[in-house]
Design a protein around this ligand. Structure first.
Ligand code: FES
Length: 143
């Protein structure tokens, strides 16, 4: 069996939603201190719905495929739904990732959460801190 699914290869070769939104309403940047990869997500938000999303990822192929798939999964969705997106859902949508690459999908989940939090912070919108767990304490981050 190939190490990477066709979907992973497709999103790696033709990533969707690459780029920058200059007047983004929320920006989230996260990095994995172990592998050094960095992911940045830009959100445009209208009526609590993600009307546009772009990403820049400086990282491995799995991180690029995860960012691409994650942006596709949240585009046009309400913020509340985007906040529920897990790295597991991203991985499943990609038809799986090798075990040692699962942490790459964690970056996508975290970057989206960071961007939504940035939007809430900038607009003085109250939120439940439980929706934004402290990354340092997240077990799934280990490489
Ligand atoms: Fe670092 Fe994939 S190896 S995110």
């Amino acid at each position: 069996m190939a190490l990477y699914s066709e979907k992973v290869m497709d999103h790696f070769r033709n990533p969707r939603n690459v780029g920058v939104i200059e007047d983004a309403d929320g920006v989230g940047e996260v990095g994995n201190p172990v592998c050094g990869d960095i992911m940045k997500i830009y959100l445009k938000i209208d009526n609590e719905t993600i009307s546009d999303v772009k990403f820049e990822t400086f990282g491995c192929g799995s991180a690029i495929a995860s960012s691409s798939m994650a942006t596709e999964l949240i585009k046009g969705k309400p913020l509340s739904e985007a906040l529920k997106l897990t790295n597991k859902a991203v991985t499943e949508a990609l038809d799986g990732l090798p075990a040692h690459k699962l942490h790459c999908s964690v970056l996508a989940e975290e970057a989206i959460k960071a961007a939504v939090k940035d939007y809430y912070d900038k607009n003085g919108i109250a939120y439940d801190p439980k929706d934004f767990p402290d990354c340092d304490h997240c077990e799934s981050c280990g490489v």
